[in-house]
Write a protein that binds this ligand. Structure first.
Ligand SMILES: Cc1cc2nc3c(=O)[nH]c(=O)nc-3n(C[C@H](O)[C@H](O)[C@H](O)COP(=O)(O)OP(=O)(O)OC[C@H]3O[C@@H](n4cnc5c(N)ncnc54)[C@H](O)[C@@H]3O)c2cc1C
Length: 391
């Protein structure tokens, strides 16, 4: 290969570039990023960076020198607009084009918005460093924040704002936060935790519309009640950043569809991170995950595949979330669980197990780091559900 183009100045990208150079790739590497920034870390954007204001340099995943040392040709602030996999060319916004021998797609995901319901007033999302800067400036102690959507990002924003002295309401359609994936009992634990810190959590209700009013924004709920907000943030999920690939002919289905080794459907193309949908043989499932560790590991793995490797990507997914003094760690998969067993739960800690097809698939540990390693091994080994819940 003469030239590798990496699209998406991302977490997966820097780990892929590391792996390419460590494994002897001496050709050209071009990195294309829609944002003007060098690749930076996103988890702090809903936690300490949101609270204290983002330190742009401190968030960088690699120093500017790192790119020079590795001979990376940077194209920042210019999104890729189209791909021609037959000619092996990526076209950038503005018309320039880059030809490649190997292409790594690492464009991540983008925040979903509420659509027409949110058109009446400023409604913020949180995905980028610039979003974090804009939001941080508006987190004013004493003001009222309404968070729409009680997923992990919504709950983390609620916790950060509450720690900063805002009053906070969270509105969620499901019966409890996170319950669509983690089940009602686990969801209720998070609801109790948020409420114990003074967050009002309103579940089982939709947002009908948002109106601009004299006292800020008026959020009209499906149950007929209203909330007044100085600030509204939505955390209603993310979708893969694949718009630029429409019409390219490469297979898309809620992400770039890849084989077990992260190869996309056209020659010389791999994908890594949030944008990737691939078949995971351990879980016998086609999946796409929006998790930090996955982007790191897939970046390295996809690079190895570009260099001729053929190993399947079979790492057990892992992610964390920090809210107030709660450190939640999750290993494995919870979706489509047939059994959910809450092993123990008190006011400050919880362990919940998720099973399917007779084996343990996932484990959630809140303030319980030691159990996590044990369950990770049980999941990799395909340990029977009965052996784990009765142990
Ligand atoms: C606020 C927040 C908090 C999070 N907290 C946690 C956490 O606590 N734990 C955890 O496990 N995970 C967390 N995550 C998820 C984690 O950060 C992501 O899974 C990870 O960043 C994904 O990395 P990636 O390499 O796929 O893409 P990203 O790092 O998201 O980067 C993708 C890049 O591609 C760029 N791009 C998009 N389209 C184009 C295009 N057409 N051309 C060029 N560039 C393009 C984007 O602008 C972006 O810069 C959090 C995410 C967010 C947003």
């Amino acid at each position: 290969m003469r030239r590798v183009v990496v699209v998406g100045a991302s977490l997966a990208a820097v780990h892929a570039i590391d792996a390419l150079r460590e494994h002897g790739f001496e050709g050209e590497i071009a990195l294309v990023g829609a944002e003007p920034h060098l690749p930076y870390d996103r988890p702090p954007l809903s936690k300490e960076a949101l609270q204290h204001g983002p330190d742009t340099t401190g968030l960088l995943l690699r120093s500017p020198e790192w790119y020079v040392e590795r001979g990376v040709d940077l194209h920042l602030g210019r999104a890729a607009a189209a791909l021609d996999p037959g000619a092996r060319v990526v076209t950038l916004e503005g018309g320039a084009s880059l030809d490649y021998d190997g292409l790594l797609i690492a464009t991540g995901s983008k925040a979903r918005t509420l659509g027409p319901a949110s058109q009446a007033g400023p409604v913020y999302t949180l995905r980028t460093l610039d979003d974090c800067v804009a939001l941080h400036e508006r987190l004013v102690p004493g003001n009222h924040l309404v968070v729409i959507g009680a997923g992990f990002i919504g709950l983390e924003v609620a916790a950060t704002a509450r720690d900063m002295g805002m009053s906070v309401s969270v509105v969620e359609l499901a019966p409890a936060p996170l319950s669509r994936v983690l089940g009602d009992e686990v969801g209720r634990w998070f609801m109790t935790c948020q409420a114990a810190h003074g967050v009002e959590v309103l579940c089982g209700t939709s947002v009908e519309r948002i109106e601009a009013g004299s006292r800020g924004s008026k959020v009209v709920l499906g149950n007929g009640s209203t909330l007044w907000a100085d600030l509204i943030v939505t955390g209603v999920g993310a979708s893969p950043a694949t718009d630029w690939l429409r019409g390219s002919g490469i297979r898309l289905s809620d992400g770039v569809v890849c084989d077990q080794s992260l190869r996309a459907s056209a020659p010389g193309i791999v994908a890594a991170g949030d944008v990737t949908r691939w078949y995971h043989s351990l879980f016998d499932e086609e999946m796409r995950v929006e998790q930090w560790t996955n982007a790191v590991e897939q970046g390295r793995h996809a690079a190895m595949t570009l260099l001729g490797g053929d190993d399947p990507y079979i790492a057990v997914p892992y992610f964390w979330s920090d809210q107030f003094d709660v450190k939640m760690r999750f290993v494995g998969r919870a979706n489509a669980a047939e059994q959910i067993h809450v092993e123990r739960a008190d006011t400050s800690s919880m362990v919940a197990l998720f099973g399917r097809d007779g084996v343990i698939r996932g484990a959630l540990c809140v303030n319980a780091p030691r159990q996590l390693a044990l369950y990770r091994k049980a999941i990799s080994d395909g340990t029977p559900w009965q052996d784990v819940v009765s142990a």
